[in-house]
Design a protein around this ligand. Sequence first.
Ligand code: FEO
Length: 456
Amino acid sequence: MSAIKLRENLWSVGVLNPALRVFDIVMESKYGTSYNAYLLTGEKNVLIETVHTDYFDEYLDNIRQVIPVEDVDYLIMNHNEPDHSGSVAKLMAICPKLEIIATKAGKKHLQDITNLDLPCRTVAAGDTLDLGNRVLEFIPSPMLHWADSMFTWDKAGKTLFTCDFLGAHFCEPTMLDKNIHDKAAYEGEFAYYYAGIFGPFKPSVLAGLDKMPADVELVCPSHGPCLTETIGKAKELYRTWSTPAPKTQRTAFVVYASAYGCTRTLAEAAAKALEGEGYAVTTADVTVVPYAECVKLAHEADVLLVGSPTINRAAPKAVWDVLTSIDPINLKGKAAGAFGAYGWSGEAAPMLHTFLKGLRYAAPEAPFRVLFTPTQADLDAMAEYAKSVAALCTVPVDAPKTEGGKWVCALCGYIYDPAEGDPAHGVAPGTPWEQVPSSWSCPLCGVDKDMFKKAE
Ligand code: FEO
């Protein structure tokens, strides 16, 4: 793909990768993807992001179609996952005077990714960059979808650069939504991308939507086409998908595999017990219910019970496929347990149990296993086991309680207690959260203040 002029002084200099079918190992990309990057030209020239390292040469050619690459003054990194930062080191080797701009977390990621001490200016909410003919404003948007994420706002051009936010794995050669031929395919990929990348970060998505300037006319994401005529619809969809439904009942998902029905019988006993505890229960045999549906149900469940027989001294692949697709970001308060019937050695349930604990579900001390066919006593014990797992669940049914005045870092778990303050970093004991300076950052992991949430 060549450089494409999007607006006066704004160029797309990214790269299409239409042949890609799996992105980042786990994400299907039916229509390939694009590694978008943008070049703003004027009194100062600014690159917004780089591309996957494999496509550096094409990226460089695109820049050179517009200006000599040595004339670039700044490189803004809205997000530093290697699909965007992968060419930073190569670019810096050509342009050592280039100044990089990123959030504090972004700078750290970039150093760790490149193993280089790069010239990087860190920016916070409201900081600006005066380019002479325009002023760029930086809008940190943590957890969209990394701690380092931010938007860059070009007010003069009414253009918002959002990196992954509002993106899609989709190749549109003109880079504009209005030119997409197969709109249904794009809309499907837009939804799939949201679910995979932003579904675990719904509160952050709502916060990000609220930070978007109202008069934006062009959204430039870092995957897929730029948004013009679809901005309103895209925002509306993100808001709908991210707004939690009222929660009146806890949910449980009992997912299992069963070769001869023994583990299925246990699953049925567990489901019945959980229903008795007031849970809305769904059960699924992983060999019958589609994988994607099982993963969705696992993500939604407050209590997860995973059952499996033992085959080849392990749980079968279909069970692992579901478990290893669970994003652990939103498991706070959730509980899980493992169970299974077996005939010889019975390793599956302990393996699953260990895995679930590794995801940081609340879990009982041990899994529940039965040798061959469950007796009524075994089924009763299975029911008790399911109840013991449910007893560990602390997911609130109504809106989360926010009393207490403590705030917790969403990234590392550090708790800010107003009674203690953070004297080592200039915050006196007794300082309420609202009076903690916006420049203060987490003393453990360094993320900005707006990465904190009210402790329950
Ligand atoms: Fe497209 Fe989070 O990187």
